[in-house]
Design a protein around this ligand. Structure first.
Ligand code: FES
Length: 110
């Protein structure tokens, strides 16, 4: 795949302001790492991506493919926090793939 095919664009909403993020497949280990780096988020992703700390919660809209499936620790961690819906997710459990193309990712702040 060429660099053009690898390109991924999606929207991030933080504190009511929107920005378009451009990345490429595999640029970061996961979406939590991307958001923490590109948006300079403090106190985000504290467990380093194991899926247990719940400090990387996002609201997703428009993700596709395998990324819509919650697996490993994700469903349990989210339901402990009271989130059972399909849109609220742990960003550390989402990989940087084409599944994110065109989606809207909202950072949930506590
Ligand atoms: S970084 Fe800890 S649950 Fe995602």
């Amino acid at each position: 795949m060429g660099i053009v095919d690898n390109k991924i664009l999606f929207t991030v909403v933080e504190d009511g302001s929107k920005q378009i993020i451009e990345t490429y497949i595999g640029e970061y280990q996961n979406l939590m790492a991307l958001l923490k780096d590109k948006l300079y988020l403090d106190d985000f992703g504290e467990c380093g991506g194991v899926g247990r700390c719940a400090t990387c919660i996002i609201k997703t809209n428009g993700i596709s493919g395998k990324s819509t499936i919650k697996d490993r620790n994700e469903p349990v961690t989210l339901s402990k926090m009271g989130y059972g819906d399909a849109f609220t997710r742990l960003s550390c459990q989402l990989l940087i793939t084409k599944d994110l193309e065109g989606s809207v990712i909202e950072i949930l702040t506590f």
